[in-house]
Design a protein. Structure first.
Length: 183
């Protein structure tokens, strides 16, 4: 068995995201940027200045919000670093959702980095995904456990992907070596 961990760059997530949801995430992050910790704001603005092009602005971080968001969408599709900063900011802004999903995944025996780990420093997403935990299964199980919690299916899926640092690229049986005899 090959124990070498393989990664996909963070922008590979675009293959799993709907265009409207991608825009919603970017708009949410930049609409709430002042709430983020100063270091995250600095990293985001640095990435915008470095990667985003907005016609009429030498520094895209100074562009009006709608123009900046439009420029960010193309960058999100191509830039590993930019995706890492956007998703880190998004999870910081959704701390309660992050806590609920993290606890949910731990209860399902997923192996996770600590909740406060800066996942933007990782080389990308691991490619192995537990075969029995597709998005539909996870969403349904989360909803059954947290019936009163307001969160969209897309948000559940994205939070699972980011917290687990995994994309469902290669489905693997018994990925986390759960004790299957306990049923």
């Amino acid at each position: 068995m090959n124990n070498k961990v393989r990664f996909l760059p963070f922008h590979a997530i675009n293959e799993f995201m709907l265009d409207d949801f991608r825009q919603e995430i970017i708009q949410f992050v930049f609409g709430n940027i002042k709430i983020l910790q100063e270091e995250r704001q600095r990293k985001l603005n640095s990435n915008v200045k470095k990667y985003v092009k907005v016609q009429g602005f030498r520094n895209a971080s100074l562009a009006p919000l709608p123009m900046k968001i439009n420029g960010c969408i193309d960058t999100f599709k191509k830039s590993h670093d930019f995706v890492a900063q956007i998703l880190s900011a998004w999870t910081e802004l959704n701390d309660l959702k992050k806590s609920f999903i993290f606890e949910f995944l731990e209860e399902r025996s997923w192996i996770l980095l600590p909740i406060q780990a800066d996942r933007s420093l990782l080389p990308g997403f691991m490619v192995e995904w537990p075969e029995n935990d597709g998005f539909e299964v996870l969403i349904q199980a989360f909803r059954e456990k947290n019936q009163e919690f307001s969160i969209s299916d897309d948000e559940i899926s994205l939070m699972v992907v980011w917290l687990s640092n995994r994309l469902p690229y290669e489905m693997v049986e018994n990925l986390f070596s759960k004790d299957t005899e306990s049923d």
